[in-house]
Design a protein around this ligand. Structure first.
Ligand SMILES: [Zn+2]
Length: 232
């Protein structure tokens, strides 16, 4: 009596493979070999029928496709809300996409389509005199912060938010065919210099609370563009 073979035979019977003459007798006879062969054939057939594993999404793909309706837009302007780590209804009315403290994306109320030039009623109002053709993405953070001396307050921008931002920017660039330059992917703090459109002392972003070595609008913007480019 071979216990291992008997146990194997029992399992084959349980799986529905016939062992006609001996049943689970512990004898490694011809029926067991035949049953094992047919089990293997069935497993191989099953494997053959399986669809190929799905293609992995590009690492940057985090913006749901239905948040990106067809639209003619030229640039992405990145902000912070100067609020808490959660998106408020007020925040949602001003931006197309918000990114909460844990990196979670929240859809804003206006559709990107409404900011297509000329911007239509209900468009996202995020950048003074620069909303037509501009997608507005905002990090939920920096409420109660100060630029000089720098104090990020109770809701500092987090690395998770930043990483989600660079992924979202890459998605938007891919979807809308936006090339990454300092005039097409920029922070609010760069708008005045890079586009020549005056703003009112906006400093999102001239500081990144999680990386104090990056100081100034250009340094923050260059970091944004380099990391988003790497995800394209
Ligand atoms: Zn802003």
């Amino acid at each position: 009596m071979n216990k291992t073979v008997q146990s194997l035979q029992r399992r084959l019977i349980a799986l529905g493979f016939p062992l006609p003459e001996h049943g689970a007798d512990g004898d490694p006879g011809g029926e067991t070999i035949t049953a094992m062969n047919s089990a293997l054939n069935e497993l191989e057939a099953l494997r053959g029928e399986k669809p190929p594993p799905p293609k992995p999404e590009p690492s940057a793909s985090i913006v749901p496709a239905d948040w990106m309706p067809p639209a003619k837009v030229d640039r992405i302007i990145c902000h912070w809300t100067a609020g808490a780590h959660k998106a408020s209804e007020f925040d949602r009315s001003h931006y197309h996409i918000l990114i909460e403290g844990d990196g979670k994306l929240v859809r804003g109320i206006p559709s990107i389509k409404l900011n297509e030039a000329p911007a239509r009623k209900g468009y996202a109002v995020h950048t003074l005199n620069c909303n037509s053709g501009s997608i507005g993405v905002s990090l939920c953070c920096m409420g109660g912060s100060h630029e000089q001396p720098f104090n990020p307050g109770k809701y500092p921008v987090t690395r998770k938010q930043w990483d989600a931002l660079t992924s979202a920017v890459a998605d938007l660039c891919r979807c809308y065919g936006i090339k990454i330059t300092d005039k097409t992917v920029l922070s609010h703090a760069e708008v005045q210099n890079n586009l020549g459109i005056q703003q009112r002392g906006k400093w999102d972003f001239t500081r990144l609370a999680f990386d104090p070595s990056i100081v100034g609008a250009k340094a923050c913007g260059d970091k944004l563009r380099a990391e988003a480019s790497a995800k394209l």
